[in-house]
Design a protein around this ligand. Structure first.
Ligand code: GDP
Ligand code: ZN
Length: 313
């Protein structure tokens, strides 16, 4: 029997039965199919192999191959198909970082979406930074909503906030630097200026604009294919069009506060362990909220996730 050469690579795109792979950071794309007998331990996910997965494949000529194995994931991020469904879709695997794009107006990104997203990243141990886009809308004027946002997410919760404007090119150089040498996922609700910002990072990338893809998304049977794009300046990005929200992944009630960094910092001081930080006396988290170190906004999000958690099971 012919001894085929096995290589390792990253899945950069998946369409139907074909997987495009490249051995990142090299960009030398090969087209692969799955080996017929390959048994996938996908469990309840709709896509057992996701963009970002490291795979082994047998080379067939210079441009093709057959995937024989999916290597263990460093991390991954999933989305429930619907709130009630047990089926989950893996958006991407082996991420170095996530950029969560947020706007305070036009459109206003709901705190609930932000907090659910951040909790998902924390649960999967994926470093996440907040990109506050359309910062040009504030001009040079001081703004209470901007100050509040920075207090909640940076000073209290501890997340880095990068203020950008794709339109005016504000901090696009900084973001380009942040992307170098890494695989980064860009996410955010539709309309936050994600396509414009990504296009401002690299003019070779002309992603679909929000408006058009939104329109096509109305169709029932449209499937979103995630894809890794190389940046001219270095690094790789994955765009996530059409994300409306996240179902929380399965977790114990007592675990949820571990994914709020400002709560995690103090919860060892709660009298009871485990503590849900709701009815228990002598609770360090509730004390933190009273003293203003933990913000009411985040605590309310926490309570709503704690309460709503049952419907995601
Ligand atoms: P996406 O849905 O997140 O991909 O958003 P788009 O990139 O399609 O932009 C949505 C809308 O926001 C468009 O009307 C853009 O012109 C506008 N927009 C995008 N970036 C900026 C920005 O930095 N500042 C302002 N003021 N508007 C922007
Ligand atoms: Zn407590």
């Amino acid at each position: 029997m012919e001894n085929k050469k096995t290589e390792e690579a990253t899945v950069v795109k998946h369409t139907g039965s074909q997987y495009l792979v490249s051995n990142l950071p090299e960009w030398d794309v090969k087209t692969c199919v799955l080996k017929g007998k390959l048994r996938l331990k996908g469990g309840s996910t709709t896509n057992p192999i996701a963009v970002g997965d490291r795979v082994l494949y047998e080379k067939e000529g210079d441009t093709r191959g057959v995937i024989t194995e999916v290597l263990p994931r460093k991390n991954y991020i999933i989305r429930k198909s619907t709130n009630l469904s047990r089926q989950a879709h893996i958006i991407a695997a082996n991420l170095d970082q996530v950029f969560l794009l947020v706007t305070l107006s036009f459109p206003e990104t709901k705190f609930e979406f932000i907090d659910r997203f951040l909790v998902t990243c924390e649960a999967y141990k994926i470093p996440v930074k907040i990109v506050l886009n359309k910062i040009d809308l504030f001009g040079n004027e001081s703004s209470d909503s901007l100050d509040d946002f920075k207090y909640i997410y940076n000073e209290s919760a501890g997340y880095q906030i990068i203020e950008t404007s794709g339109k005016m090119g504000i901090n696009t150089n900084l973001l380009r630097e942040e992307c170098k040498g890494k695989v980064s996922l860009f996410s955010g609700v539709s309309g936050v200026g994600k396509s414009s910002l990504i296009n401002a990072l690299d003019s070779n990338l002309t992603l679909r604009t929000g408006e058009i893809s939104d329109y096509h998304r109305q169709g029932k049977h449209t499937t979103t294919f995630y894809e890794i794009h190389p940046l001219f300046s270095g690094g790789f990005i994955i765009d996530t069009p059409g994300i409306k929200g996240f179902g929380l992944i399965e977790m114990e009630r007592e675990e949820l506060s571990h994914y709020f960094p400002e709560m995690l910092r103090v919860l060892n001081n709660c009298k009871f362990a485990p503590c849900t930080h709701t009815h228990e006396p002598d609770c360090a988290v509730k004390r933190g909220v009273e003293q203003g170190e933990i913000t009411e906004e985040r605590y309310i999000s926490y309570l709503s996730m704690l309460e709503g958690e049952d419907k995601y099971r």
